[in-house]
Design a protein around this ligand. Sequence first.
Ligand code: NAD
Length: 265
Amino acid sequence: MEASANEIARLGAAIAAANRIVVFTGAGISTECGIPDFRSPGGLWTRYKPIEFAEYLASAETRLEAWRRYFKLYDELKDAKPGRGHRIIAELVGAGKASHVITQNIDDLHLKSGVPAELILELHGNGTYALCLTCGRRHELDWARAEIDLRAQAPACTRCGGIVKTATISFGQPMPEAIMARAHAATEAADLFLAIGSSLTVYPAATLPMLAKRWGARLAIINKEATDFDDLADFVIHWDAGDALARAIPRGRPNHLHQKSSRGS
Ligand code: NAD
């Protein structure tokens, strides 16, 4: 379904008027890059029940299964390139309009699109490497895959023998506190909170749009399907994220992006 020109124009005007946009992304921004989301038809949840953190810790067999599943996803995301949405968000950051990109995604595409690492807050970690849960040593995924191929068991840390896991946050795993604190601070300072491609059903990440409203930002939601937060939002666009952003923020219109600096000088 195509969003109305009026809705898109309203969102475009709100983006042009904002000075401290916080962009919040979910799996829907990366579907056009060939990475499936969780909940759409054919999405990952229709294929697998997620493995909880406690199950991962408890059983070597479960860890091996988790790695085997992860490599199927990783093969879909490792060569993915940023899409239109990622590129437009990177332009908003580059123009000083957006202060941070808070993402639930683990695919590294915001970094690949050129957003500086220090402005990306990965709430659910990063799926392009692994960490030892005991000593924190970083391990590369090619090494983990080779270990699994060689031993038919989940890899153990080369330094301390601890459990190694992708650097992602599983259900039931504690959230990264420092990142969450920075996400709260960015949200508190935002004048426009732009939630893109998220079902807004995964907590505590999904509290951020609500907090943004409470702390005084306008809230915009771009998602293919309705979310529980639509009633709270100032702008709701049920459409493809890349199409919606490309229409709301036409490229080649730097004045649109640079309104802040021209007004502020
Ligand atoms: P989700 O799967 O719960 O929701 C994605 C939403 O995006 C859905 O509501 C869907 O309708 C919408 N969508 C799909 N394609 C779209 C498009 N082209 N344009 C606009 N909307 C579109 O994902 P979530 O809210 O991010 O939360 C699920 C969890 O899944 C997160 O914790 C995340 O870590 C993880 N995940 C990440 C990736 C990734 O890194 N790319 C992929 C799958 C799952």
